[in-house]
Design a protein around this ligand. Structure first.
Ligand SMILES: N[C@@H](CCC(=O)N[C@@H](CS)C(=O)NCC(=O)O)C(=O)O
Length: 271
């Protein structure tokens, strides 16, 4: 793994002076430094160490960073739970292997997964599961995880709500008993608007995004999952919700997301 020390001049070019670096490191807010560096270089960095005793240090030795590990995302050949992760990789410009296996290979592959489920991310060969945790990890690296603890909490809560909505819809969609399926569909027809009205109002209140008036991984999660939710409900679920519709448009128009959508393999969930 290549590791190098970044110089102070780089931090200065990131509009960050020594005092502010010291303050940041004292607050252990390395996410802020990462975010600044990401904005400056368009490439995520991992901060190994922030020196706080800077007086005796030569100017070129303040912050150590290392290059990103190698990433492989393992998932079914669909969007669904894998897509928010792929959106985040694409947004951050992080290279990843997008490994999509054939359905018939799953029973054997399942035995090799930490908890028999996917998505699973391999980080330098180490496997980790849980799509939301993986998204949060990537979001922290590219400044999409909130400007402070409160915002991070709001983002987490929003993502959990989005997954509650998904679970509700999936409960009906994957039900095999005909009568139970009809009952669950009836319930979903009430629950889904309940969630969407509130999510729509949240976006309106927050200047066109779910949290903090700016793009976060909650927005990428919602839009990344949307075609899967539409597929399960057999309708465009945000059609009547102007703020959610605008949010979808905004996210899909982000250059990195737009180019990902254009080049990604087609799946049964895409329009
Ligand atoms: N909470 C997990 C759920 C993972 C999950 O349920 N994955 C499904 C596919 S979307 C799966 O692996 N199904 C195959 C199986 O259970 O054998 C996450 O968000 O990653």
């Amino acid at each position: 793994m290549f590791a190098s020390k970044l110089t102070l001049s780089i931090l200065r070019s990131a509009k960050c002076n020594l005092t502010s670096i010291r303050q940041m490191s004292a607050a252990i807010n390395t996410d802020c430094v990462k975010s600044l560096l990401y904005k400056e270089y368009g490439e995520p960095v991992e901060i190994l160490q922030v020196m706080t005793q800077t007086m005796e240090q030569p100017a070129g030795d303040q912050v150590s960073v290392k290059c990103m590990p190698s990433y492989k995302l393992i998932y079914f050949p669909v969007t669904a739970l894998g897509e928010p992760i792929r959106f985040l990789f694409s947004y951050a410009g992080i290279k990843f292997v997008d490994e999509r296996f054939n359905e018939e290979d799953w029973p054997k592959l399942k035995l090799t997964m930490p908890f028999g489920k996917v998505p699973v991310l391999e980080v330098d060969g180490k496997k980790i599961d849980q799509s939301v945790a993986i998204c949060r990890y990537l979001a922290k690296q590219c400044g999409l995880a909130g400007k402070n603890n409160w915002e991070s909490l709001e983002i987490d809560a929003t993502v959990d709500t989005i997954h509650d909505l998904r679970a509700n819809i999936a409960g009906f969609h994957y039900e095999s008993n005909k009568q139970a399926k009809e009952e669950k569909l009836k319930a979903a027809k009430e629950t889904v608007p309940y969630y969407l009205e509130r999510l729509d109002a949240q976006v309106k209140k927050n200047g066109g995004y779910f949290v903090g008036g700016t793009l976060t991984w909650a927005d990428l999660t919602f839009v990344g999952l949307l075609d899967y939710l539409n597929h399960m409900m057999n309708e465009e679920i945000v059609e009547k919700y102007e703020n959610l519709k605008q949010l979808q448009k905004k996210v899909e128009e982000l250059p990195t997301i737009k180019s990902w959508i254009k080049k990604r393999p087609s799946t049964m969930y895409q329009n």
